[in-house]
Design a protein around this ligand. Structure first.
Ligand code: CO
Ligand code: ZN
Length: 287
C-alpha cells in the first residue's frame, strides 16, 4: 500500500500513531481534440476550490483548471470543468499526459503572523508534528509505531492495512479539522490558536474511553491547551484502524485548520507546537 511504518522498540504495549501522507488531487479521464483535459476528483475535491487554480502533474507538467463559459459559474461541477495544459491539439497534449495521470494543486506558501497558509497542510503538517515529536522523545515505555499512511483521502485505505500489520493496543491519528472561527461560519466549536483537539467523534468513529482518558491525562500533564471536538462530518484514519482485529481503542487529535481541501489550508503555529508537545507526552507515557 506504500505506507511507511516506523518502529521504536519498547517493552510495553503497542502504541501506534498515524498521519496520512497523501493529498487530494485530480486524474485525467479524457483528452479532447483541442488538447484540453477532462478530469475526475481523487479525494474530496470541491469545484469551488478548482476554479482558475494551478495544478501540477507528477512529471512536472503544469496546468490551470477552468470551466465551460456557456454554463453559469455557480453551476460548474467537475463535469463542466477542464484542465488547460497549454496544448493546442490532442497530439500535443497526449505527448505530455495520458489517461490516468494525476495532478495535485499548487498553493502559495504564505506567512501571516503566527498563521501559515499553503497546500496539503492536510495532512503533512501532522506528518511534520509526528517527526518532530519522535526526534524529541527521551523515554519509550511503549512499543512505539509511527505510521505515515497512504490513500486516506480515498477512504482510509492505507491505515486499514497498516493496523492489520502492526496490531496496535492503542492507536492515535493526527490530522487536521475544520474550525468555526471565520466570518458567519458554521457552528463548529474549534478555533485556530487554542490548541490541538481531542476529537471525540467524526462521521467515521466515536472515541474509545480508554483513548480519551489517556489523551486528556497526557494533555494536562504536558501543560498544553487543548480543545474537545465533536464533529458530525468528516473522517480520519481512526475510523478504519478502530475496526481492525478485534477492535482497537483509538482516537484522533487534530490541528485546527481553515480552508481544508483548498490550496491555501491555514494553521496556527502555536497549535502545531502544542501538538508536538502533546504527541511527545503521549509517546513517553505508558498506555
Ligand atoms: Co483531507
Ligand atoms: Zn486529512
Amino acid at each position: 500500500m506504500g505506507n511507511l511504518i516506523c518502529h521504536k522498540k519498547g517493552n510495553g504495549k503497542k502504541l501506534m500513531f498515524e498521519a496520512h501522507m497523501d493529498e487530494i488531487g485530480v486524474m485525467v479521464t479524457h483528452i479532447d481534440k483541442n488538447g484540453f483535459l477532462r478530469f475526475a476528483a481523487v479525494g474530496g475535491v470541491s469545484p469551488y476550490n478548482c476554479v482558475n487554480r494551478a495544478v501540477r502533474f507528477e512529471n512536472g507538467v503544469e496546468g490551470v483548471i477552468s470551466g465551460e463559459g456557456k454554463t453559469p459559474m455557480r453551476d460548474w461541477n467537475l463535469d463542466k470543468m477542464f484542465i488547460d495544459i497549454g496544448a493546442e491539439s490532442y497530439e500535443e497534449a497526449a505527448k505530455k499526459v495520458t489517461i490516468g495521470d494525476m495532478a495535485t494543486f499548487d498553493g502559495h506558501f504564505a506567512v501571516m503572523g503566527k498563521k501559515i497558509s499553503g497546500k496539503t497542510m492536510d495532512d503533512r503538517i501532522a506528518c511534520y508534528a509526528l517527526i518532530e515529536a519522535v526526534k524529541e522523545i527521551k523515554e519509550c515505555p511503549n512499543d512505539l509505531y509511527v505510521v505515515f499512511t497512504t490513500q486516506e483521502e480515498l477512504g482510509l485505505r492505507g491505515a486499514r492495512v497498516a493496523a492489520q500489520v502492526v496490531e496496535p493496543d492503542m492507536a492515535i491519528a493526527v490530522d487536521v479539522s475544520s474550525v468555526g472561527d471565520t466570518p458567519e461560519s458554521k457552528l463548529i466549536d474549534l478555533t485556530l490558536g487554542k490548541g490541538p483537539s481531542v476529537k471525540i467523534r467524526d462521521a467515521s468513529y466515536i472515541i474509545s474511553p480508554l483513548a480519551r482518558d489517556f489523551m486528556i491525562k497526557c494533555a494536562n500533564e504536558a501543560g498544553i491547551p487543548y480543545q474537545l471536538e465533536a464533529a458530525s462530518f468528516g473522517g480520519t484514519d481512526t475510523g478504519a484502524v478502530m475496526l481492525t482485529g478485534s477492535g482497537v481503542p483509538a482516537a484522533t487529535t487534530s490541528i485546527p485548520t481553515r480552508y481544508i481541501h483548498s490550496p491555501q489550508e491555514t494553521v496556527h503555529m502555536d497549535d502545531v507546537e502544542n501538538e508536538i508537545k502533546f504527541i511527545k507526552k503521549m509517546m513517553e507515557t505508558e498506555i
